[in-house]
Ligand binder design. Structure first.
Ligand code: ATP
Ligand code: MG
Length: 509
């Protein structure tokens, strides 16, 4: 998995990790430890490879400076043992000229770098430059390891439901960046949960007690949006008999969420950029600069590279807003979440409607799992709500849940996307699923189209339902996670279908 957090956000205020020197030459260890301690590091020294391994097993060291030739266990063997035991540290090998080849080999086996003896002033300077970089790498990986183990097995986070690899990776990024004030840009198709991610970022931050102010930039005409964002002074325009603080002022101490941010007019983009850079705003018709203490979150379902290329979005504003990007994968790429969400929505709406419903019929599940959900979680939620209202018996049948216009197998996708990193087994599963849906659930015909037996098609469907009921990742995906598309650090999401615009500004906590 790629490092989920870009930039310095993951490092935080972690205490500087210790350094271990492993060498049998006292002249070297004494000199080196004195130099490094002078530079502010805390250093331990051992005289052979075995003692180094023992020390590393007992205590955490960010960097080990290991001589290649040591008694008992040499540098290469030490490196191997560290990897076998999965002891996290970065290894810098110290080598004599005669053994440079072995040092290069050590790097191929995962050593951070090597330094050649004699350790003259030039070499020591190189070492002093290498150590902070190696410590940085160690600490970023350490933070990610801690987050990953903390969030392992999670099915819910904030108001978000989801147990797929991709959603856990989203939780991991939220957890890592929430405490900072870094701006976060949330990307994803309509209905994937961008607003819930924004709320989770607010709730998990130190600003949770402050206001959360959401503004939909697409829903408001330019003048009104400007007024909402920056406020106005009395008499700023005809009819403005009162002064009014804008969202920036009102959300000071909290978080402002700019939804559909790619829809802002060019002059508002300029003002926004200025507000982000100076952390000051001026009301319309006002002269005073007002300091604001805010964290800015933004979301869009637009293809931003295109918006920038077309001159609709300022590139400098994009970089200001996208210090960290969170990319929410579409629901159809998270089979493990579909069933979890459907069951939750069923329980919620059954309760709201005062109905006793125990679940979905198999045929309803077949459709739910195979439909491509272009409106993502919002569409699933609405479909389940409608089904709960429609249901006559104790379980939801296919006719309750499948919208009328889709019952004849009408709108079906002709192509499917499989994320890079998915296994062949997962790809096969998706293919069976979609073909099954396109034949309106005819296993025999699906088999014919795909060159499989009817039994094989049924087995695939059962495995899929079972896999997601167990809350497990799809079979055969051990280790090779289905390429979480969350937290990509570069490209924005593919151009999604335009969302049905939501109404106006919302304010809440
Ligand atoms: N992971 C999730 N768990 C539970 N509910 C979810 C999840 N994702 C989305 N929802 C629900 O789906 C609906 C749409 O979510 P949200 O408004 O956050 O999507 P969005 O990405 O902001 O969509 P749009 O681009 O249309 O604004 C909401 O009712 C939300 O509660
Ligand atoms: Mg939204």
């Amino acid at each position: 998995m790629s490092t989920p957090v870009r930039g310095a956000a993951a490092r935080g205020t972690m205490k500087q990790a210790k350094i271990l020197i492993a060498d049998d030459e006292a002249a070297i260890t004494t000199g080196l430890s004195a130099i490094l301690e002078d530079a502010g590091y805390s250093v331990d020294v051992v005289s052979d490879g075995q003692k180094a391994l023992d020390a590393l097993g007992a205590e955490r060291y960010g960097v080990v400076l290991a001589d290649l030739k040591m008694p008992k266990l040499d540098g290469l063997a030490l490196l191997r043992d560290l990897q076998h035991r999965a002891i996290p540290t970065e290894c810098i090998i110290i080598t004599g000229q005669a053994t440079v080849d072995s040092a290069v080999q050590a790097m191929q086996q995962g050593a951070y770098d090597y330094i050649e003896k004699p350790l003259n002033a030039e070499k020591l300077n190189r070492l002093k430059a290498l150590i902070p970089k190696a410590l940085d790498k160690y600490q970023v990986q350490q933070t990610n390891r801690e987050l990953a183990s903390k969030l392992e097995g999670l099915t819910h986070y904030g108001e978000l439901t989801g147990q797929s690899e991709a959603m856990r990776s989203v939780y991991q990024v939220i957890e890592a960046v929430a405490p900072s004030t870094a701006s976060v840009l949330i990307l994803g198709e309509s209905g994937t949960g961008k607003e819930l991610v924004a709320r989770a970022l607010h709730q998990k931050s130190d600003r949770a007690k402050g206001p959360f102010f959401a503004l939909n930039c697409a829903a408001l005409p330019k003048e009104i949006l400007e007024n909402e964002l920056f406020g106005h002074e009395k008499g700023a325009f005809t009819g403005s008999t009162n002064e009014k603080p804008g969202a920036f002022e009102m959300s000071s101490g909290g978080t402002i969420f700019l939804d559909e941010m790619a829809e802002m007019s060019p002059d508002i983009q300029v003002k926004l950029l200025r507000a982000i850079e100076t952390r000051q705003v001026r009301r319309l018709g006002g002269k005073k600069e007002i300091n604001v203490d805010i964290r800015i979150l933004a979301a869009t379902n637009k293809n931003l590279q295109k918006a920038i290329a077309d001159g609709e979005l300022r590139e400098d504003l994009y970089y200001r807003l996208a210090v960290v990007e969170i990319d929410l994968p579409p629901l159809r790429e998270r089979a493990q979440d579909i069933q979890l969400l459907a069951n939750e929505f069923l329980a919620r709406f059954a309760q709201q409607n005062g109905k006793t419903l125990t679940g979905f019929e198999d045929a309803a599940w077949d459709w739910i799992m195979s439909y491509h959900w272009p409106g993502n979680v919002r569409e699933l939620k609405n479909a389940v709500e409608r089904a709960v209202i429609m249901a006559r018996g104790p379980v939801i049948g296919p006719n309750d849940i499948i919208p009328r216009h889709l019952r004849s197998g009408g709108e079906m996708p002709t192509a499917l996307t499989i994320p890079v990193g998915a296994t062949a087994a997962e790809a096969r599963q998706q293919l069976v699923l979609r073909t099954f849906a396109s034949t309106s659930g005819d296993a025999a015909r699906t088999g014919k189209v795909l060159g499989l037996s009817e039994q094989e098609v049924r087995a695939e469907m059962i495995a899929l339902l079972k896999g997601s009921m167990d809350g497990a990742a799809p079979r055969e995906s051990n280790g090779a996670s289905p390429a979480p598309s969350a937290a990509k650090s570069s490209k924005p999401a593919a151009p999604p279908a335009r969302a049905a615009k939501k109404s106006t500004a919302k304010k809440g906590r």
